[in-house]
Design a protein around this ligand. Structure first.
Ligand code: PLP
Length: 439
């Protein structure tokens, strides 16, 4: 892992890569190979026996993917990381690694629509059930909702789509007092805006498809841990089970994941079970593209946050806007928590309420020229979308109400264009929507 004395901006272009180990290539090479020559029978046995580090097969590890894992681990000060093929693979593998064999995940309805729907409808078919707290803003509500079967609390550091902020440290305390980990989906914030482990996370997940990649080209996901959670003690017996795969090569004694990987048992277990056997591996080329994205993470996100402030100011004064949901907005209920947890700003994705008829809303969306109309946030290009009918359309009207998604909700993700051009685009779209309605 990287030199801990280096600053974030140095780590984001350097961590996890030593050119001397790669023919002195300055940029991280793409190891486009499915497999690796074992060299000799003796070395092959050592690799398969895990007594010598090295690569066997790209489904479970690849040198380019490993640079991505180590780079993000350095940025998040994690003890272990595993990259997977998408953010949903990261969410699923992390939650199944906690609750496999049956258990409950405690969460809030303020989640990405795909995560909400998977937890609600798909996971129960695998014996994993969900409890949604009724009042997401009350940390005590999480404490009260924990049952003996609860295996983890899951939250998003900045929620999709309304950018609400929870009392993260209090929720972490509720989890830890009950011997369960806090899982934080840090996709909207990225490690640049939010230090998840410093505020109580035990497991961090990302859709790297968003601001980490940052250019809308690549799907990817990551799971990280800080190695501090105590998995022993009965609630997570699968971390203590001896396995033939993990046997001591000299004595043959079967060992547990906790014995073999004491610093990173969670991500090691994801790799050896879920990545190995469910197989949603990240390709080396996609890892390369995500590494390229990380190299400009701070610069991109800082500009996007600054432009967000300008656009929030513009929208909250607009007569056709009924509300703006971002901690930068005046009177926003989450300002204090956002200042505490996100001193550099609570991200560049937010929602506003369109004040007009459904037809006017449609005309507005059809009239924007610069904003792209699509679902992938965190892109260099700004996006606009009507969340209730798209990113959160899996949720029925009651579920949308629970998640705080009003029918008039429009979500923006601010990119790298000029702020003035973006405002001019919104302004001309408002004008068209309301002129059209007079016809
Ligand atoms: N988590 C959050 C907060 C998201 O917004 C998304 C996708 O929008 C995901 C996870 C899933 O990521 P992916 O699309 O990379 O599978």
């Amino acid at each position: 892992m990287a030199d801990k004395t280096l600053a974030f901006d140095t780590l984001k272009v350097r961590a996890g890569y030593d050119s001397a180990e790669h023919n002195h290539a300055v940029a991280v090479p793409i190891y486009q190979t499915a497999s690796y020559d074992l060299g000799s029978v003796e070395r092959g046995e050592k690799l398969f026996g895990m007594t010598e580090p090295g690569f066997l097969y790209t489904r479970i590890g690849n040198p380019t993917v490993a640079v991505l894992e180590q780079r993000l681990a350095a940025l998040d000060k994690a003890s272990g990381a595993v990259a997977v093929a998408s953010g949903m693979a990261a969410v699923t593998y992390a939650l199944l690694n906690l609750a496999e064999g049956g258990g409950r995940i405690l969460t809030t309805p303020r989640l990405y629509g795909g995560t909400f729907d998977a937890l609600n409808h798909l996971y129960p078919k695998f014996g994993v059930h969900v409890d949604f707290v009724e009042d997401s803003d009350d940390p005590e509500a999480y404490r009260r909702a924990i049952t003996p079967d609860t295996k983890a609390i899951l939250i998003e550091s900045i929620s999709n789509p309304n950018s609400t902020v929870l009392d993260i440290e209090s929720i972490a305390r509720a989890a830890h007092d009950n011997g369960i980990p806090l899982v934080i989906d840090n996709t909207f914030a990225t490690p640049y805006l939010f230090d998840s482990f410093a505020h109580g996370a035990d497991i961090v997940i990302y859709s790297a498809t968003k601001a980490i990649g940052g250019h809308g080209t690549t799907l990817g996901g990551l799971i990280l841990e800080n190695g501090k959670f105590d998995w022993a003690g009965g609630k997570f017996p699968h971390f203590e089970e001896p396995a033939y795969l993990l046997r001591d090569q000299e004595t043959g004694r079967e060992r547990s994941i906790l014995e073999v990987f004491p610093e990173s048992p969670f991500t090691a277990r994801v790799r050896l079970n879920y990545l190995a056997y469910f197989g949603a591996s990240l390709s080396p080329f996609d890892a390369f593209l995500l590494i390229q994205g990380i190299e400009t993470l701070s610069e991109r996100v800082a500009k996007q946050v600054a432009t967000t402030r300008t656009i929030v100011d513009y929208l909250q004064k607009h007569e056709r806007v009924s509300w703006v949901s971002h901690p930068f907005a005046e009177g926003n209920a989450y300002r204090e928590l956002a200042d505490k947890y996100f001193p550099k700003g609570a991200g560049a994705i937010f929602t506003f309420g369109f004040q007009g008829s459904e037809d006017q809303l449609k005309a507005f969306l059809d009239s924007v020229k610069l904003f792209s109309y699509h679902a992938n946030v965190g892109d260099a290009r700004s996006l606009i979308i009507n969340s209730p009918k798209t990113t959160h359309s899996e949720l029925n009207p009651q579920e949308q109400a629970l998640a705080g998604i009003a029918p008039e909700t429009i979500r923006l993700s601010i990119g790298l264009e000029d702020a003035g051009d973006l405002i001019a685009d919104l302004e001309q779209a408002f004008a068209k929507a309301f002129v059209a309605s007079l016809v």
